[in-house]
Each structure stands twice: as structure tokens, then as C-alpha cells.
Design a protein around this ligand. Sequence first.
Ligand code: ATP
Length: 770
Amino acid sequence: MLSASISRDFTTASLVCNLGYTLQSMACGFFVNAPTMPVYVRWTRWIAYVYYAFGTVVSNQFNGFLGDCPYDLADDRCDPYTGEYILQTLGFPKNWILVPMMVNIGWAVGFHILAYLLLKYVRVSVAVSKTFTVKKIEEVAAVPSTRSDSARSEITVTLNDIRLSVIRRQRLGLTTREIEILRGISATFVPGSINAILGPSGSGKSSLLNFMADRLHSSFNQKYMSTGDIIFNDKLPSRSLVRSLCSYVTQEDDGLLPSLTVRETLYYAADLRLPKTMSKQEKRARANEIIMKMGLKDCADTLIGGEFVKGISGGEKRRVTISIQLLNDPKILLLDEPTSGLDSFIASSILQVLKALAEEGRTIICTIHQPRSDLFAQFGNILLLAKGGRVAYNGQSTQMLDYFASLNHPCPPLTNPADFVLDLVSVNLQSEEKESISRLKVTKLLDHWQNVEDPALERPLVDAHLGLAAAEAEFSSQVREPSKFLPAYQTLLRRSTLNFSRSPHMIVARIMQVAGIGIIFALFFSPLKDDMIGVTNRLGLVQEITALYFVGMLNNMAIYPYDRSVFYREHDDNVYGVLPFFLVYLTLELPFECITSLIFAVFLVLVPGLPRTPELFFACAYCALAIVNCGESIGIAFNTLFLHEGFAVNLISVVLSIGCLMAGIMSLEMPGFLKGVNWLSPLKYAVSVMINMSFDGQTFNCVGQAIDADGGCEFDSGAKVLENYGLKANVPAYLGGIAVAAVVYRVLALVVLKINRLKLGIKTLSRNSR
Ligand SMILES: Nc1ncnc2c1ncn2[C@@H]1O[C@H](COP(=O)(O)OP(=O)(O)OP(=O)(O)O)[C@@H](O)[C@H]1O
């Protein structure tokens, strides 16, 4: 909480938290012996709550303790076996239990108060975005409309008795429940004006739009089923053709990268979405044409902006999201709540833009939750749904009130027509009496539409087979193929590099997450001595390489969830596949991991004085790189499986903590099952390699050690340390194991992402199977 109140940005907050935690754990006295800490950091233990917690636990464990001393208890040589001696070596007073517990309560309260004060008095500053002139990708003049003749042909969309239901698994998959979402929707959407889908909450507006855009995907937990046809100009297109002809604008603008300008966003989108037959100049010209058409000229060189950088306005963001979908000149544009969250002026301007697009011959279909009367006037055609997914009206907006008036439901004067019809088709749940009256009224309205007015009653059913062939013939030139691997990879790499280079705090955090903890280790452990304390400090220092597992996760959390949102949107639009996205992430991540791992090895090996050999230096950098990389892989996998970042981070932390506890000296005696699991952990290999290479061939003096009968001591050589702790390992094999683990973890992350992005279709049932 304190870190988040110091910086509200996750990247910086996680850096503060990580370095703060590392400092705490170094100062606690477990990894590095407190009395032997260098004087310039020895004081830090007094401000480390972990020191007090560790002191309490150790005091509780060793007060009055006596180990199995092989000599007479009065013999001085038994001193190292006493709890008093152990406490003295660790630098803790005797019976030090109550005081540190009270101090820690003080720390807990203090941290909360400090966080409260920071949250209350330190305001989040939102920087105003700079404008960027595109230098490398030169500006290309907008050209007059490039719509081809085929693009100008118009499409009337007809829905024929669409039924949609979902079967959901419950109680750990033991039972299932079927929910009917749409019950026989027949409607017509015409080109030339805005087609609005209205209805109370839960009436199925979004589900219908998602169904039309082919965005409903079955999964393990839910299986969608549908019947009915979507017809384009009396022809029955395949689902893939529907997907190609329809562009879909989602409710959120989360498919935009905050550090790109509007023009850059559209240039890169054009590169990714427009066919490879178009030259770069033509793609740029198309993007500039859209910028002019959508009224984005004035903000074209302003950053999109995000949480901490004020960029373009909310209305402009909506326009940019719509613009991206307009790049390939779709014949049908579906928009989910395009005006939600916008003020009336901006909402009205968005609808005017949509109206102008419709007047060019496009079929514009949008859901609107509760339009004001001025917005309602912009709609040409209305589909009114009632709760339960049934149609109450479909036709021209100008005739809607007359239709309801003819059924004895006149709209009172000065009433917003949209509010009036939404009330009309809603069930009033305020009292039982009102509910039964309103339910009867709604049922009558729905039955009347279904039995008397439903356009499907007059429509001859299209011959599915002939219709399919005819549709393919008419619209095949409009089919959009996803971008091939190489061009997609190149464009995404350029875009991500530009976005990343404009986020200096992320670059600093990526470097300092690894280098920072290396510096802290060096401060606490340097210089390593050759006595007993030197032995335990070496073990502690080498063990600390496991902290990099968390660094990988934090690096991933700072970037991946944002990249993922943009990727999911573009993948839903069938712009490119999983692999280019995945490899671009890896390409940007690896140079940072290589450089920071080398820096880390300087502070872990050279500065404190582990054997200063090239072998150990590069082995350390290699292990560090693999551990950070595996942490990132686990981050990718969990952040793909779970969209909620808080939940994902909790789960990842558990997995990583278990990995750290099972590595090296933290778990010398584990049950067989856990030993088996540990072979899957990169930390096991890395810590073993580091311990073996750090101790092999080393000699130590006996200061502070129990002297055995022949005058020697337990740990006078590195070989004895490895043998006594059971840490001897086959270093070359383990070095190979680390590489295998890094590759396997990353491939697993790719498989998780691939499975997650499998677009399991909707099961289409024939009419008589229901
Ligand atoms: N995958 C699903 N699992 C269970 N129920 C679903 C699912 N999808 C839709 N529904 C149900 O279908 C109904 C229609 O949902 P939908 O989101 O389409 O309504 P809506 O009219 O768009 O509502 P709102 O205006 O509040 O967004 C709701 O009752 C919803 O709970």
C-alpha cells in the first residue's frame, strides 16, 4: 500500500516495493549475518520490520535450546551447540520476543498512516501530452475518397429467426444450465441511415451484436448454440464471410497504445490491416483520409494518452477506435454502445459522424442503452428488444410512435420517445400488482409483433446452399485475410519499440528491478570473509538469486496486461496471429534481460568476492537471465488465464514463493513428492549451479566453527560444505537443465495463449433439432 501511495503507476510502485522488500530481507539477518554486515548498512536492520519478525521467531526457537553436543556439556567445545551461542552469533538479545512484536505492530500502524497521508496529500499529477510530428514515417497527403465501386454496393442485413442460448457448466462442471438469450429475432437493418438496437438492460442487445460480429466463443465453461440465418441482400453468407464484411467497434477504447499519436496509431493500423497489394504510400494516404473524415486533424499529432499522461479527449478516443475499423472500408459497421460514457455534445458529434458514414452507403448498426431525445432523432431504423431477447418493434424510427399509438399506447407530449418505448417494454417490479399488469402489457406487445408484424412471416426462406454460393460469388473480393507472420512481426516490433521508447519510466524500471537488487546484495554482503560467517553469507548470497523470479513476474505485470488488451482486440479482428505478438514480446524483453543479467553478475559475483572467475561470472549472468525469463513466462501464462491482474498476481506469487522455498538451502530435507516436483523448477538448477561453482575449490578457516576431535572443522573447504548440506550437483547437466526449463516455460506460455485464443465457434443447430 505504501509503494502504491508513493507512485500510482504500477511500474514505479512495483520497483519501489521490490527494492524496499529486498532491502528489508537483506537487513533481517537471515541471509546475511547482522553483526557482520558492513557498518554503512548495519543500521538498516533497525528500520526493517522483517528483522524484528525474524528476531522474534529465532528468540522463541533458541531460548534455552541445547543441541546434541558430542562432548561433556561443561566442555567449552559445546558452546556452539547452545541456543545462547546461536542467538549471540545472529546478533539477537536473549528473550527478545515481546519488544520486537510491539515494534512490528508500530511499523504496521506507521506504514498505514504514512500511506494514508501520501494518498490524501500527494496529488497524482497527470502530465499533459506533447505533440509529436511523425518524422520517420513521413506524412502523406489525404486523398479524396478511395472507395472502390465494389465498396459502394450496399448491403441490407436481415436476421431470420435468430435464437441464441448458452449452456453453462456449474458446480465444478457437474451440472449444466441452459440460458436462452435471444428468442427468435427477425429484423432488417438497412444501409444509408443509423440502425439502432434499443432495449432495457439484459434484453440481449450486446449478445445480438456479438453474435452478428462472430465474437461469441464457446469455452470449457460455456457453450453457445444458435439457429437462424444472417442474410446479406437475400444471400446467405458463411460465418467467415460475415466476419470479413463486418467491422466491430467495442465499447471500450482499450485497443489503443497510450504512447502513440493518433496519426501513428492509424499508420500502424493501416500497415497491419490493409492488403499487401497496397503500397505504403497508399496505406498512409488512406489513414490520412480517415483522419480528415473523422475530424481528427487537429489532434492527429497528439498522444493517445493514458492514466498518467493526458492525451486526446474521450470523444476523440472513440473516433480513433472507429477510424481503425474504417480503414479497410467495411460495408457493415457494428458498434457496441458507441456513445456510452460521453457527454451529450460529444455523443451527438459521434452520431453525426456515424450518420455521415451511413450516408456513404454503409450499414451502420449500433446498440444504445438509453439515448436522449436529441440522439434519438439521428436514428433511421430501430430494433426494439424486450427482456428475454424478443422483438417489440423493428422499422423506421419515424413510424415507431405511431405503431405503439395504434396499440393504445400513445407517447405523452414532451416525452423522450426512447424513454417511452423502453418503459413500455420493461416489466415494473415495484409491486406484485404493477408487475403482473406490466408483464401482461409487455407479453401482448411482443405477441402482437410476432404474430402480426414480424417481417419474417412474409419473407421466403433463402435456399441455404444456393444462397451460400451466391454470397461467396458476390462478396468474395471483400474477404480479409490476416496479415502474414513476417510483415505483422515487423510492424508490431516497430510499433512496440516506439511505444516502449516513449515510456522512460518503464525502461528505468526494467533495468533497475534487476540491477537495483544486485546493488543491494553487494552493499550487504561485501566483502565476503573466509570464516564460518563467510560460509553462511555465501550460501545466503547465492540463494538470493531466486529473488529474480519475482522480478520476471513484475516486469511482465508492468507491460503484458496492456499489450494483451491491444492484441486481443486485433486478434478478434483477425488482423494477425498469436505468434507475431508473442515473438515481438520476446524480442523486446530479451535485450533487457541480457544487459541487466550481466550487471547483476557484476554485483553478485565480482563486488562481494565470490570466486572472480569468468566461468562463475557468466554462469551467474546465464542463471539470472533464465530465472527472469521463466518469471516472465509464468506471468504470461497466468495473465493469459486470468484477466483480473490482482488475482493473477496473487496466484503467481504463490507459485513463485513455492519455487523459491524449494530451491537450495531453504529446503534441504523435502518429502520425495516435492523433490520430484522440484525437478521442474529452474531455481533448483540455478541455485545448485551457483552454490557448486561458488564453493568448489574454496578453503575456509575455522573461526566461529565447532572444532572436531582431530582438530579440524566442519566447513574448512567448499567441498565439505557441499557434501554436508547435500548440495553437490552435476554442474554441466544442471546448466543444460536451466536452458531446457527456460524454453519449456516459454513454450508452455505460448500454448496457454494459443489455447486461450482458440475461437471455438457457436454450435449451429438446425431448426428441427430444437
Ligand atoms: N455467457 C453468458 N452466460 C450467461 N448469461 C448470459 C451470457 N451472455 C448473456 N447472458 C444473459 O443474457 C441476457 C442478455 O445479456 P446482454 O449483455 O446481451 O444484454 P444487454 O441488453 O446488452 O444488457 P446491457 O444493456 O445491460 O449491456 C442477460 O440476462 C445476460 O445475463
